[in-house]
Design a protein around this ligand. Structure first.
Ligand code: SAM
Ligand code: SF4
Length: 354
């Protein structure tokens, strides 16, 4: 009777997804709301099937270099918001950035993500900014490695300069595409401007990473709306991260969401964006969170951070960093055990050129 029909519905939707037929919003919603273990497991299997179709068993490694933790903004969810006076901040100098980049590259990452708060030192001083551009050029010529920047919202001219310097990716997460919710998270920041900068970056030939934060008061429909926006943006990499409460911030007493929510969203993203890059971030639950995220269909491991350099993550500023559990040496044997393996440099770069 009913039970049969219900389980049929999952199978019908997943079969459509497997053949890459477009899903309706109702079908996407149905998948996001799955609660039976077996149904969710089936969805994850289809997600892995599609990952295999496009990427075989190859996983990409992204090094993370949070080179300045100064920020002019006051995002309610972030440890590094301007008003947080108790956080110790740093700005790595050129020599340190080069040294850390070199170490990351030697460890076998396919890309380095240069991340900063919206640091006025760079954004309001042309000379400092030019030095940063030169540093990117230098790294590019010296190591010939793909680069990503996560500088927050910057002018079109700065985006042009990133492109000229040889940067490949612009990462800028909207967190949510529900404008009302956005205003509660990214206090006093323009929703439209943040979106428009991504469209501009795409237009000048940068690859785009779009992302959402979950456990911040979003609804299922908000998630579906974000998927639609990711489609319109034609984002090359799409991500979801569970919110981690941060001390001394307005959301410090929020409860971090159940991880199954993030995992289901990863899987649905794989069904909707089968050939795109989808990260499993080490920043949310450290090394121990990797297995489930990969099983849900992720194909990039992000937030690889070298130990003992005094570097910070974002949502888990210290977790697994100094004991080396966010390093490739630690991760590769684990991948192999699960029938996955790191891609080589050429395989990653071939994807970028597609
Ligand atoms: N400052 C730039 C910006 O905001 O675009 C780039 C770095 S910012 C720290 C990168 C991302 O970290 C944010 O867009 C947000 O998605 C994520 N993040 C920050 N705080 C977080 C938290 N408490 N839990 C989960 N993710 C968080
Ligand atoms: Fe600044 Fe980025 Fe944190 Fe917002 S998320 S406070 S822009 S570092």
């Amino acid at each position: 009777g009913n039970v049969m029909l219900l389980s049929n519905k999952v199978d019908i939707i997943l079969e459509k997804a497997m053949y890459e037929e477009e899903l309706t919003s109702d079908e996407i919603k149905y998948l996001l709301l799955l609660s039976e273990k077996d149904d969710i497991a089936k969805m994850f299997r289809v997600a892995r099937f599609l990952r295999y179709k496009y990427f075989k068993n190859k996983i990409f490694y992204y090094g993370f270099l949070y080179f300045s933790t100064f920020c002019r903004n006051n995002c309610n969810f972030c440890l590094y918001r301007k008003s947080n006076q108790i956080v110790q901040r740093y700005r790595k100098d050129k020599k340190e950035i080069l040294e850390i980049s070199e170490q990351l590259i030697a460890s076998g990452v396919h890309l380095i993500d240069f991340t900063m708060g919206e640091d006025p030192y760079y954004l309001l001083n042309d000379e400092n900014l030019e030095e940063l551009m030169n540093l990117f050029k230098e790294i590019k010529t010296k190591f010939n490695i793909p680069l990503m920047v996560s500088p927050g919202v910057v002018s079109e001219k700065i985006l042009d300069n990133f492109k000229i310097a040889g940067v490949n990716w612009y990462a800028c997460y909207q967190e949510t595409h529900n404008k009302k919710l956005y205003q509660k998270l990214r206090i006093n920041q323009s929703f439209n401007e943040r979106m428009e900068k991504k469209f501009y970056a795409k237009k000048i030939g940068l690859l785009i990473e779009e992302g959402i934060l979950v456990g911040v008061g979003e609804t299922v429909d908000d998630i579906i709306n974000s998927f639609e926006n990711m489609k319109i943006l034609d984002a090359d990499q799409v991500r979801v991260m569970s919110f981690i409460p941060q001390r001394n911030t307005p959301m410090e007493n929020w409860i971090s969401p159940q991880r199954i929510w993030e995992l289901k969203i990863i899987a649905v993203m794989r069904l909707l964006f089968p050939d795109r890059l989808i990260p499993a971030s080490l920043d949310v639950d450290g090394f121990s969170g990797l297995k489930d995220r990969l099983a849900a269909g992720a194909n990039v491991i992000t937030s690889i951070i070298p130990p003992r350099k005094g570097l910070k993550g974002v949502s888990n500023s210290e977790l697994d960093i100094d004991d080396g559990k966010r390093s490739t040496d630690f991760i590769t044997p684990f991948l192999m055990k699960h029938n996955l393996c790191p891609a080589n440099k050429e395989e990653y770069e071939a994807w970028l050129l597609k």
